[in-house]
Design a protein around this ligand. Structure first.
Ligand code: MRU
Length: 366
């Protein structure tokens, strides 16, 4: 007899199978129709899974890359530090090339490489053990960060509120809870009810397929809308706040997220609805001054013209523009909710303050 499908909230978004030397996750391109758990051991397959969005969402691809590069390290057969370091660097650069926009990918991979660079006196066996600890820590910290973001986010809304979200910045995009959806899942655990509007999020439908799925499975009142309906829903007075995730936040607060986020932010401003960006400090890139400096991933035309349709719906040969991300201008953002608190405008100052708090907390732990 086929096994009964479990609630999607009971699956790990991403995990490491140590025996099998595999990364394990539900293939998000098949959700919500099918829950198929992938076990990937080869670097090429892990790269493809990130590129094809089988695992996706900024924090989740960071965790996947951490586990992935650890698996690559296990395959390096040498006792020499220099050779290990060079081969590890090659494996790291390879995974880093899968997607350019979400900074969590390079953040996690750089963090893993730092373990190697900081420990030239260790044997290769010891380095592998340290790398194991680091990738597990990246995932554990992700759970903690999302919970904290949920707690801070909950202070911005009250029971019964209407919330509009774009793309999927939920549990499926992180190790647990999500970022934009963390307050909603956390509120749910505490018996609160929100009314959530999820933009379907063309062209890859992360809102309709993933956010709506995980919210519904968690028992949240969820309504899917086409992206072009957000204005009407706001005009109807149904939205008290907009919560979105982020892939890279610049030092001035410009917040890059799934394509369409910028439009939602502009609408929210027009209707006087607070627009919040929720994300961990690992998604804030203080080395980038402003949104225009962020590299925007361009995706294949077929995602727009063919995917999800029974037959192609745009003429053969037509030009297609398919940027995967845009950014909400900092002037449109009411707050950036992180694991160390809520940054308010002016973000040039408040984000620095968030990083000061983080440094203090880390120093206190040592
Ligand atoms: O292309 P995707 O599906 O990886 O894009 C994801 C998003 O834009 C999310 O909103 C963002 O990564 C935040 S996830 C907590």
């Amino acid at each position: 007899m086929a096994e009964e499908r479990r609630n999607i909230m009971t699956y790990e978004t991403i995990s490491l199978d140590e025996q099998e030397r595999a990364i394990v996750f539900p293939d998000q391109t098949l959700l919500p129709g099918e829950v198929k758990i992938l076990h990937l051991t080869k670097q090429k397959d892990i790269w493809n899974a990130i590129y094809l969005l089988q695992v996706r969402g900024a924090p989740a691809i960071g965790v996947a890359a951490g586990f992935g590069v650890y698996l690559a390290a296990l395959e390096i057969e040498t006792d020499g530090y220099d050779e290990f370091k060079a081969k590890f660097h090659e494996a790291k650069e390879y995974l880093n090339s899968a997607r350019p926009t979400a900074v969590n990918l390079s953040w996690a991979l750089n963090r893993m490489e730092k373990v190697v660079l900081d420990n030239p006196d260790k044997s290769v066996a010891e380095l592998k053990e340290l790398l194991h600890r680091e990738c597990v820590a990246i995932k554990d910290e992700d759970v903690w960060m999302c919970r904290q973001i949920g707690e801070y986010g909950l202070t911005l809304i009250k029971d019964g509120d209407g919330i509009l979200t774009h793309c999927n910045a939920g549990q499926l995009a992180t190790s647990k809870y999500g970022t934009a959806l963390a307050p909603i899942h956390l509120g749910r655990e505490r018996g609160m009810n929100f009314r959530v509007f999820t933009d379907e999020t063309r062209p890859l439908l992360q809102g309709a397929r993933l956010s709506a799925f995980e919210l519904q499975e968690d028992g949240v009142d969820t309504t899917v809308i086409c992206d072009n309906m957000a204005s009407q829903v706001m005009k109807n007075g149904w939205v008290n706040a907009v919560f979105v995730g982020c892939d890279r936040v610049a030092a001035n607060g410009d917040a890059c997220n799934k394509i369409g986020t910028s439009g939602v932010a502009i609408l929210a401003k027009y209707y006087g609805i607070p627009f919040y960006v929720l994300g961990p400090t690992s998604t804030i890139d203080m080395s980038i001054e402003k949104g225009e400096d962020i590299t925007i991933e361009q995706r294949p035309a077929e995602e727009v013209t063919e995917m999800w349709y029974k037959q192609r719906m745009a003429p053969e040969g037509v030009k297609v523009y398919n940027p995967a991300f845009d950014f909400a201008d900092h002037e449109l953002i009411a707050g950036i909710v992180t694991e160390y608190g809520i940054a308010r405008p002016p973000f040039n100052e408040s984000l620095k303050e968030i990083f000061r708090k983080k440094a203090e907390a880390e120093a206190a732990k040592k």
